[in-house]
Design a protein around this ligand. Structure first.
Ligand SMILES: NC(=O)c1ccc[n+]([C@@H]2O[C@H](COP(=O)([O-])OP(=O)(O)OC[C@H]3O[C@@H](n4cnc5c(N)ncnc54)[C@H](OP(=O)(O)O)[C@@H]3O)[C@@H](O)[C@H]2O)c1
Length: 246
């Protein structure tokens, strides 16, 4: 049966009408890996300048912050960290309550093989808790030694991070509420490894055409990853969808 979820005349102020921390609460127990991604109406995962930061509206930025506040660790590919200029996570309003009993902000876990990251930048010099590097045995040895002095290193694979192993290693450090912020190359592998529990996808009401990737970019999956729709919120024509692993 086809259902009408809402009409334009019913739109409410998302930030006032919905308690985002409640709407995006992690399960009370167990390890859970959520991804948060944004796409334009025509499927582009980044804007004409090559970044995804400008695709969303204020509600999307608030949601991005709340999801970080809820998470024990934020996983991001080195490509995203480089392009988006990732620094340590900034705390948001209301985080003291959200993070009671945890560190003030979650650490970032950056996925990288080459370790071509700015080791003099705030991600390594200012992060508290320290940034985590999810890397591989074949990472350049000299670079790895430098990184070990500035960050926590998790080796989770020989030549490529094995995301099932990475999740287990993060879990072993007490991180059970996991948030992956992409990018598309990392997310494609997370899905292929069968460890993604939830995709939170914002669809922004613009079209760009061009050659931008979609939110997963990599080798085609051996079988489709089926997801079930859990929730849809709306603000200024942006749709905020939660899909759970079927
Ligand atoms: N639409 C969205 O929601 C969204 C979200 C995030 C990012 N983005 C956009 O996506 C773009 C970046 O995404 P991307 O897909 O190009 O890059 P990405 O997935 O963020 O990062 C790719 C990098 O991660 C490392 N990596 C990936 N898989 C690995 C593995 N199995 N083992 C070891 N290292 C691994 C490699 O780093 P090294 O090269 O250091 O070895 C690789 O170059 C940017 O334009 C960003 O704005 C969009």
């Amino acid at each position: 049966m086809m259902r009408r979820l809402s009409s334009a005349s019913e739109t409410a102020d998302l930030t006032e009408a919905v308690d985002l921390a409640e709407a995006y609460a992690y399960p009370a127990e167990g390890t859970w890996l959520r991804a948060n991604m944004i796409s334009t109406l025509d499927g582009a995962a980044w804007s004409l300048e090559g970044r995804s930061g400008g695709l969303g509206n204020e509600a999307d930025r608030q949601l991005f912050s709340v999801m970080r506040g809820l998470a024990d660790v934020v996983i991001a590919g080195a490509g995203t960290a480089r392009v988006e200029g990732y620094g340590p996570v900034d705390p948001g309003p209301g985080w003291a309550e959200l993070r009671a009993g945890r560190t003030a902000v979650p650490p970032l876990a950056v996925v990288s093989r080459r370790l071509d990251l700015d080791l003099d930048g705030p991600l390594f010099t200012e992060a508290e808790p320290r940034t985590i590097l999810l890397t591989v045995e074949s990472a350049p040895a000299d670079r790895l030694q430098q990184v070990r002095e500035l960050a926590d290193v998790i080796v989770a694979g020989e030549h490529a991070v094995d995301f099932a192993l990475a999740v287990k290693q993060l879990e072993a450090r007490g991180h059970r509420r996991l948030l992956c912020e992409g990018g598309p190359h990392v997310l494609a592998q997370v899905v292929a490894a069968g460890v993604l529990d939830e995709l939170c996808l914002t669809v922004s009401p613009i079209m760009l055409s061009g050659t931008a990737s979609r939110v997963l970019n990599g080798t085609a999956l051996a079988a489709p990853a089926n997801m079930t729709l859990e929730q849809v919120l709306e603000d200024e024509g942006h749709l905020f969808m939660r899909y759970l692993k079927a």
